[in-house]
Design a protein around this ligand. Structure first.
Ligand code: IPE
Ligand code: IPE
Ligand code: MG
Length: 243
C-alpha cells in the first residue's frame, strides 16, 4: 500500500536518530539482545527510506558508539554481523539507494573496525557517492569526543606544516575538520527509549539542535513517530541566541 506523505511547512534539513532501546525491546519478549538489534536494523531501513521520501536532505543514525566496544564480545560480534548484512544486501540495496538517490556515508573511527566490514563500507560509499537527494550518515565506531580529538590533531598538523596559521583557526575550521564537514548541523536530535542524554553523539554539531525524547523503544519506531517529530518541529521557536 502506498503511504500518504503529509505536507510540512518547515522540514528540518538534518535529523539525528539515536537508535536506542533494542536490548530492552528484546528483554521484554524474553529474547536475546541480538534479536533486538535485528529488529532495530529493520526500523533503521524503514525510517531512512521514509526520510528520503519526505525530502529530508541529511539523516544521521547512531549505530555503534566508541563506548559500545565495552559490551560482551558476543553482542559486539552480532552487531558487526548486522552491519555487514546490511551492506551485503548487494544488488537489492544498490537498487534501493538508486531509487531514493541515497548517499551513504559512515562517520566514526575507521581504525578498530574489522577489515571485511571496512571493505563493504568503502564500497557502499563509493557506489552511492553519485547520489545527492538524501545523505544518510551511519555513525559507526563514532564518538563526539574522538571526532574532536581527530579534528584537533589534523588542525595541529596543518599548523605544523605551515598550511594554516593559528590566527586563522575559526569555528568553521573545526566544522571543516570533522566527519560531517560540508553538511548542515542537525536541526533536531531524536532519542527514544526513555533516556535523556546524548551519549557522545554529535558533540560539536548539536550546539543548537532541538531535542525530541520519547519512551518508544527503537525497534517500535514507525513513520508515524517521524510525522509526530516533524509536526512538533514546525512549532519550535529557534532563536539561536537572538530575540
Ligand atoms: C541501541 O540499543 C543499539 C546500540 C547501542 C548498538 P541498546 O542495545 O543500547 O538497547 P538498550 O539500551 O540496552 O535497551
Ligand atoms: C547510544 O546508546 C549509542 C547508540 C545508540 C549506538 P547506548 O545504549 O550505548 O547509550 P548509553 O550507554 O545508555 O548512554
Ligand atoms: Mg542503550
Amino acid at each position: 500500500m502506498e503511504k500518504k506523505i503529509p505536507e510540512f511547512e518547515v522540514l528540518p534539513r538534518h535529523i539525528g536518530f539515536i537508535m536506542d532501546g533494542n536490548g530492552r525491546w528484546a528483554k521484554m519478549r524474553g529474547l536475546e539482545r541480538s534479536a533486538g538489534h535485528v529488529e532495530g536494523a529493520k526500523a533503521f531501513r524503514k525510517i531512512g527510506e521514509y526520510c528520503a521520501d519526505l525530502g529530508i536532505e541529511y539523516v544521521t543514525f547512531y549505530a555503534f558508539s566508541t563506548e559500545n566496544w565495552n559490551r560482551p564480545k558476543k553482542e559486539v560480534l552480532s552487531l558487526m554481523k548486522l552491519f555487514k548484512e546490511y551492506l551485503r544486501e548487494g544488488d537489492g540495496r544498490l537498487a534501493e539507494n538508486e531509487v531514493r538517490q541515497m548517499k551513504l556515508r559512515f562517520i566514526g573511527e575507521r581504525e578498530g573496525l574489522p577489515s571485511d566490514l571496512l571493505k563493504l563500507i568503502e564500497r557502499a560509499e563509493k557506489e552511492t557517492a553519485k547520489y545527492s537527494k538524501i545523505t544518510v550518515n551511519i555513525a559507526l565506531n563514532y564518538g563526539g569526543r574522538a571526532e574532536l580529538k581527530s579534528a584537533v590533531k589534523s588542525i595541529a598538523q596543518k599548523v605544523k606544516d605551515g598550511e594554516l596559521s593559528i590566527d586563522d583557526i575559526t569555528e568553521q575550521t573545526i566544522s571543516d575538520n570533522i566527519y560531517t564537514a560540508g553538511q548542515p548541523d542537525p536541526d533536531i536530535i531524536v532519542r527514544p527509549s526513555g533516556e535523556y542524554r546524548l551519549s557522545n553523539f554529535l558533540t560539536w554539531q548539536s550546539a543548537y539542535s532541538e531535542f525530541w525524547f520519547s519512551d518508544i523503544l527503537w525497534p517500535d519506531f514507525t513513520e508515524e513517530h517521524v510525522n509526530e517529530i516533524l509536526y512538533d518541529f514546525q512549532n519550535r521557536n529557534r532563536r539561536f541566541g537572538g530575540v
